[in-house]
Design a protein around this ligand. Structure first.
Ligand code: MIC
Ligand code: SF4
Length: 754
């Protein structure tokens, strides 16, 4: 079934004229990214040559998607916007709160009990405000969006960084914080800095052991976790066209790991096939009618360096399978080099668990290729050495792979099938023995592998690979096994090789599902009651943050000077903390508990300047709050990398941190800080990071003349009585300065309702 067909019709009806106007205004051919962006300019805005990485531009996204762990905060904010219904089609997906332990059925029952209050809240808010609701077990947001809502040439935002997955179906789909989603659902424009454009030309053809995942693993190695910041990545070339639509989704999905705003591909036959296979032939027909607008103009791909800021070329015929990790998704090692690299680094090479699935890699194609390897275990008289788990991305995929006998084959290698949910990918994995914190290795087909992410054990070395390679390494039980060259010894003592994986892009018998898990909202939700218990420890209505006091800030204490990598997992950990995502005060007890204090190299141990003693970060910050003293957080490069969770910005705001000063920010986190009324600042001279001392107090000067492009001044008052004055930059525009002054963007929406 195709949802929101009228919306898609109207996007396509307007597209030719909008693209033509943009082409004329710029006086040159357009990339696909530009076509989509220009055809989604906010109401009546005229196309012009916006300055890349500089101009803020207002957009009108077609739709919004939210997952349960972020939807709670997004909807608590939306409830204050005073609207009877969402302004654009929106959906909620229950996928993050299900712990993987025993297996799908039991785990789902446990989650339905444990999180009943949250699910009931999300279901009733959705029902009231006209939001489509996908129940627990229906699947992971990005897979469900790809199967049901994504359409070529569309633009969407979602409260999850991997919303970018929909680029696989030719969308510009961008991950945002809940406050951004709230704006769009409230009918307001959505603002984004006009992006830089990176073009990636794929030549040749994937073959043998290589998979789409290897493209993005390679790209992550080339660009690193911050190389895509501020950019949209557009893939093209014969290698792109030859690849499946879901494979393109995998590549776009993990584009979040290079910090890219999003990634996309031009509409082609693979997308048409996918649309038809997923019951959306009407959308395929509509897309075909505007086909030339759903990809770049031919001149662009013929001469990409004239149109993109950076062009990378990858020959798929020569690409090797990769393993990225441990602890960061951009540490890329081709499988042929793993023996040396693992030995040189002392990485444990015994693979304990192989995990496939997740929003990134759970297509029919992925599973069928992995199953072709699992099948060889019996055929070649092998034994699977590691544990093996599967988290299907949606009920539709799960139902279809069961019907086609794949789950039975996995069962024969002892695999556990978890619920159609995030599970181990977000630390919702009750892994036996993880509390012992033993050094061990796992391989998975997810996208992130930050420390502690999957099982909470800081000594779990997690490597990211294609589902095919994960399966092969789980069979071999060895991280350094190169299936292209190496053999395994079977039960008869013979050396056997695994045949390269094979599979089907789409099910030959078509997709099937009995209950996809969708619940449509009431046509008129005005009588639906949404209840939040005042004594709940899972949900808490939001109190407005205080407005700016109108003066410079004086006497701030240093909460923490963070050393090195500080992802949103370090700032607001997931796993067991996910249960507090709807309760700001409770979740604030995880503030920065994973970040390393540069002064003692420890996590969650910072000096309380009021007592001189060391304590946990949230406790110390609560002491400052109680004393009415503001504080400063100092960080390194790419601060806030990873998730879209706005809790990482709301928690410091709630506990009285006034500013976050870093060498550089990840995009979503920087916006989230601004939205919540915080000061997000960067060192004008990065070496000034060294000047910040543990016992300093700080004044932030220049706020009464806070203006776009004008640096602020930070006074560092050192304990020995000396002081330093340094210049700090910001990227606030006029509108964002208003958010700061009002104490947060929501206060402005609230005012307009009152
Ligand atoms: C993730 O992959 O890190 C998450 C969990 O999906 C997050 C969202 C969240 O923290 O709720 C994301 O990617 O945005
Ligand atoms: Fe869920 Fe993992 Fe995908 Fe995030 S990356 S949406 S946690 S499956």
């Amino acid at each position: 079934m195709a949802f929101d067909l009228d919306l898609i019709k109207s996007v396509y009806a307007a597209m030719p004229a909008k693209v033509a106007a943009a082409r004329q205004s710029l006086g040159r051919p357009l990339t696909l990214t530009e076509k989509i962006l220009f055809s989604h300019l906010w109401d009546g805005a005229q196309p012009k040559a916006f300055a890349r990485a500089q101009d803020y531009v207002d957009f009108a996204p077609d739709r919004v998607a939210m997952q349960d762990a972020t939807a709670q905060m997004a909807l608590l904010q939306f409830m204050q916007a005073g609207r009877p219904k969402v302004a654009v089609p929106s959906t909620v997906h229950c996928d993050h709160l299900i712990t993987a332990k025993t297996g799908a059925a039991e785990d789902l029952t446990v989650a339905n009990n444990e999180s009943k209050e949250v699910y009931d809240f999300l279901a009733s808010v959705s029902n009231k405000y006209g939001i489509g609701f996908w129940k627990p077990g229906a699947g992971i947001i990005h897979q469900v969006v790809l199967e049901n809502y994504a359409f070529p040439g569309g633009m969407m935002i979602g409260t999850d960084s991997h919303t970018v997955n929909a680029g696989g179906l030719g969308m510009v789909a961008i991950g945002v914080g809940g406050a951004d989603a709230c704006d769009v659902m409230a009918g307001l424009p959505w603002e984004l800095k006009w992006p830089k454009l990176i073009g990636i030309k794929l030549t040749g053809k994937l073959n043998g052991w290589t998979a789409p995942k290897d493209v993005i693993l390679k790209v992550a190695g080339l660009l690193t976790v911050k190389g895509g910041t501020g950019a949209i990545v557009e893939y093209f070339g014969e290698g792109a066209i030859a690849m499946s639509c879901t494979g393109k989704g995998t590549i776009c999905n993990m584009g979040a790991e290079i910090g890219a705003t999003t990634s996309t591909f031009g509409y082609d036959d693979s997308m048409e096939r996918y649309l038809r296979a997923t019951g959306r032939a009407e959308i395929a027909d509509l897309a075909n009618s505007v086909r030339e607008h759903l990809t770049a103009d031919a001149e662009v791909y013929a001469n990409p360096s004239a149109y993109f800021d950076e062009v990378i070329e990858i020959n798929l015929s020569e690409l090797e399978p990769h393993l990225n990790g441990p602890f960061t998704p951009d540490l890329a090692t081709p499988i042929s080099k793993m023996k040396e690299v693992a030995a040189a680094n002392g990485w444990p090479t015994k693979v304990e668990v192989g995990l496939i699935g997740s929003c990134t890699n759970s297509s029919y194609e992925d599973i069928s290729r992995a199953v072709s390897l699992a099948k060889q275990v019996a055929d070649k008289k092998l034994k699977t050495k590691a544990e093996f788990t599967i988290t299907p991305g949606s009920e539709q995929v799960r139902y279809t792979i069961q019907r086609d006998g794949f789950l039975e084959i996995f069962d024969q290698i002892g695999a556990k099938v978890f619920a159609n949910a995030c599970g181990p990918c977000i630390g919702m994995w009750d892994r036996m023995g993880a509390e012992k914190q033993e050094k061990n290795t796992i391989v998975h087909s997810f996208n992130r592998n930050f420390a502690k992410r999957a099982d909470g054990n800081p000594n779990t070395y997690a490597f990211v690979a294609s589902p095919e390679l994960v399966t092969a390494l789980a069979i071999a039980g060895d991280l350094t096994f190169n299936p292209i060259t190496d053999t395994l010894i079977n039960e008869n003592g013979e050396a056997v090789k695994l045949d390269p994986p094979t599979g089907d892009e789409l099910p030959t018998k078509g997709f099937a599902v009995e209950d996809a898990g969708y619940q449509a909202p009431a046509a008129d939700g005005s009588n639906v009651q949404v209840a939040v218990s005042p004594t709940s420890n899972r949900l808490q209505l939001l109190d407005p943050f205080a407005a700016w006091e109108g003066t410079d800030l004086h006497g701030l204490k240093l909460l923490i000077k963070v050393k090195g990598k500080c992802t949103t997992d370090h700032i607001s950990m997931a796993g067991p903390w996910l249960k507090f995502r709807g309760h700001l005060d409770n979740i604030s007890n995880n503030l920065l508990i994973g970040a390393i204090n540069v002064f003692n190299d420890k996590a969650n141990e910072v000096k309380n300047q009021l007592t001189g003693e060391y304590g946990a970060v949230p406790a110390v910050q609560r002491a400052y709050k109680a004393a009415g003293i503001g504080s400063l957080v100092v960080g390194d490069e790419n601060y806030g990398e990873g998730s879209s969770r706005e809790h990482a910005a709301m928690e410091p705001r709630h506990l009285g941190v006034r500013a976050v000063l870093v060498k550089s920010f990840a995009r979503i986190h920087e916006t989230n800080l601004k939205k919540q009324g915080m000061l997000a600042l960067t060192f004008a001279d990065k070496s000034d990071y060294e000047k910040i001392q543990e016992n300093d107090s700080f004044n932030i000067l220049g706020l009464t003349e806070f203006a776009p492009g004008k640096p602020l001044t930070l006074m560092l008052n050192h304990a020995d009585g000396s002081s330093d004055s340094i210049s700090v930059n910001h990227s606030y525009n006029d509108q964002q300065i208003e958010w700061f002054k009002a104490g947060g963007a929501l206060n402005i929406i609230r005012r307009s309702v009152a």
